[in-house]
Structure formats: C-alpha cells, structure tokens
Write a protein that binds this ligand. Structure first.
Ligand code: F6P
Length: 365
C-alpha cells in the first residue's frame, strides 16, 4: 500500500503557496510508493463530513507555481482544536475535534502531514505533533513575522506591491502638493512598511516597533512643505500606534475568526495631523489584500520551491515536529516550537533602520 502525505495550507493566503504544493508533489514523485493528498481549507476538509480531499499528482500541480492564492483553499476559522458548532440555543461555540481528526487521518492512511502556514497554523502543528502526529511545518506569511527563519515566502512579493503603491502615490502627491498616507499590512511587525518606505523613498515610516510622537511627524512634514509647496509620502503599518495610544482595530463579527483585525491606523494619523495643525491636503490609501493577491515574484517562487522540496525530504528523514527554514542563506530544519516562540519584530538596531534614518526617513521618534 502506498504511503500518504497530507498537504495543508492554513491561515491567510500568500503568494508562493502553490509553488510549495507543486514542489512537494514533484519531489515526492521521484520516490517510490508515495501519494500526496491535500485537505481543502486547511484541516477543515478533513474535519468536514463528508471529507473534502484533493488528489495531488504531477498533472494536478502543473504550472501552478506562477499562480497566487492556494489551489487547496485556506482559512483562519475552524481547525481541529476550535471547531465551531451551534449549541441548542443556536449560539456558536467551539469544540476540540482533534481526536476525531486523528482517527480520520488514520483511516485515510496518512503517515505524514506538511502544514504550510504562519504562526497560528504552526501552533496547530505543534499541538498535533505533541499528540503524536508526524508533522512538518513550512513557514508562510507576507508579514515576515515568524521567528526561526530569516524570511518567509510571500513577504518579498508584498514588499514589491507596496513599493509599487508608494511609487504611484509619489507622483500624485507631487502633482497636488499633498500628504499621502499609505497604510500597509504586517500585523505587529513593521517589515513591509520599512522596506517599502526605503525602496519607494517615503519621508515618514511608522511601524509598530516604534511608537510615534505626532509632533515629530509634524516636524518632518514642515521640513518639506514650505509655503504650501512640496509633498510628503508616509508609509504606516496597520499595527503602528502613537506614544499615548493603542493599536487600531476593525470590527470583526465573523464566526470562528479569532484574530483581531487591524485597520484604520492611516485614517487615525490623518486626523492626528489635522489636529496638530497641518493644513496641507491629506489623502489616505489602504493597500489591504492587494498585498496578498496575485502571482508570486521570482524570489518567492524560488524560496517556496526550496521549502517544498526541503519539507518532503524532512518527511523522508522523519524529522517531524520541525519546520523548513532559511538561516544565513541555508535551508535547514528548525523545531516548530522555536518558530512560534519568537515573534520576528523589526530589530531597531538593524542596518536598514539606520539606513532609513541616514536618508532622513522619520520614524516619528
Ligand atoms: O497575516 C497576514 C495578514 O494579511 C496581516 O498582514 C493582516 O493583518 C491579516 O492577515 C488580515 O487578515 P484577514 O485576511 O483575515 O483580513
């Protein structure tokens, strides 16, 4: 009987997921006796009745490395440890269905799992590993906030998209002598904002790791805008906050969606600037999910392909409980627990922060 490896994509999608899936299938097809299957919408495809499973062979994955999203679908709702069910009164509650899922995996003859996902998904990987599952993690997120790896695929493509947005906003800001604020994603890490601000040549970059003083931002603006002439481009992370404020969240009434949804930092900044006396016209653009959609850039396709091959080789070596990672340019296996323990904040002493300061980008501090 053939051995089966289950592939899962979980959490928010990100460019490069399909390239990982393709690489796993291609690498596995070089081995005798392996079959790759996928679960739809993270583990939810296994948990559903009837199960939703996809057979993944070379024909099924041909050419998908250039496509955005994931052919398996993904979700950040549900999962084995928080499966939403309605109680008798019709209220949504969550149940632990992990034992039932393990029984289903045994029935399917699954001998290994590759879970491609960010910190939430890798927390699930770790829990399943502790229950005895043969699981391997592959790191993904546009936020680049996972510890234990130098970089996650999806992040470089998101930076390209954000930089393209800065470039476009510069021309319209310059034509109108305006201040334009671009809000980018990243959760609690300012990587997308920092890199796109440097690449796009913004004057101000506000990130979650540095609480901003609105007066410092005003100072930087006034240095550039004189007698109503001049323009300013500001890149702000969705997780940025003023020294005396907290992060800005959106309402979230989606059943089973646990994550707090960040959003509104850009609009708040506009109001703060107006209150602080800025008279120049201000416009706010929120880049949102454009940063996650569309085809992966070349670097992400390459990194995702390397992670996919590495992950299947870790299956062959039975290196379970580990995650494929890139460390100092080398593909390595690291404990999943390391990846979820350490959040990858922007290091305020890193060279890029200094470079940004040296070219007069203000962090509002
Ligand atoms: O983690 C990736 C990410 O895109 C974050 O940058 C953002 O805060 C969040 O996911 C948005 O989540 P959702 O797709 O659920 O709105």
């Amino acid at each position: 009987m053939k051995k089966r490896c289950l592939v899962v994509t979980g959490g928010g999608d990100c460019p490069g997921l399909n390239a990982v899936i393709r690489a796993i299938v291609k690498r596995a097809s070089k081995e005798e006796g392996w079959e790759i299957i996928g679960s739809r919408d993270a583990f939810n495809g296994i948990l559903r009745d009837p199960m939703e499973i996809v057979e993944l062979d070379n024909a099924a994955v041909a050419g998908i490395h250039v496509r955005g999203g994931t052919i398996l679908g993904t979700t950040n709702k549900g999962g084995p440890f928080s499966w939403p069910v309605q109680d008798k009164a019709g209220n949504w509650i969550e149940e632990d269905h992990s034992a039932e899922m393990l029984r289903k995996l045994e029935f399917l003859n699954v001998s290994a799992i590759i879970n491609i996902g960010g910190d939430g998904s890798q927390r699930i990987s770790q829990q399943l590993f502790e229950m005895g599952c043969n699981i391997i993690g592959v790191p993904k997120t546009i936020d680049n906030d996972l510890g234990a790896t130098d970089i996650t695929f999806g992040f470089p493509t998101a930076v390209e998209i954000a930089t393209d947005a800065v470039d476009k906003l510069v021309t319209t800001a310059a034509s109108h002598n305006r201040i334009i604020i671009l809000e980018v994603m990243g959760r609690d890490a300012g990587w997308i904002a920092l890199q796109s601000a440097v690449a796009g040549g913004a004057e101000v970059c506000l990130i979650p790791e540095i609480k901003y003083d609105i007066n410092k931002v005003v100072e930087r603006i006034n240095k550039r805008i004189r007698n109503s002439r001049g323009f300013v481009n500001i890149v702000i992370s969705e997780g940025a906050r003023p020294i005396d404020g907290s992060q800005q969240y959106l309402e979230n009434d989606e059943i089973g969606h646990h994550n707090m949804r960040l959003g509104g930092a850009g609009n708040r900044l506009m109001h703060e600037l107006k209150e602080a006396g800025i008279k120049t016209d201000i416009r706010v653009t929120t880049l949102g999910h454009l940063q996650r959609g569309g085809k992966p850039g070349a670097y992400d396709r390459i990194l995702a392909t390397q992670f996919g091959v590495k992950a299947f080789e870790m299956v062959l070596e039975k290196g379970f409980g580990k995650m494929a990672a890139l460390r100092d340019g080398k593909l390595v296996a690291v404990p999943i627990s390391d990846a979820i323990e350490k959040y990858n904040y922007v290091d305020l002493n890193c060279d890029l922060i200094q470079t940004a300061r040296d070219i007069d980008i203000s962090f509002g501090d």
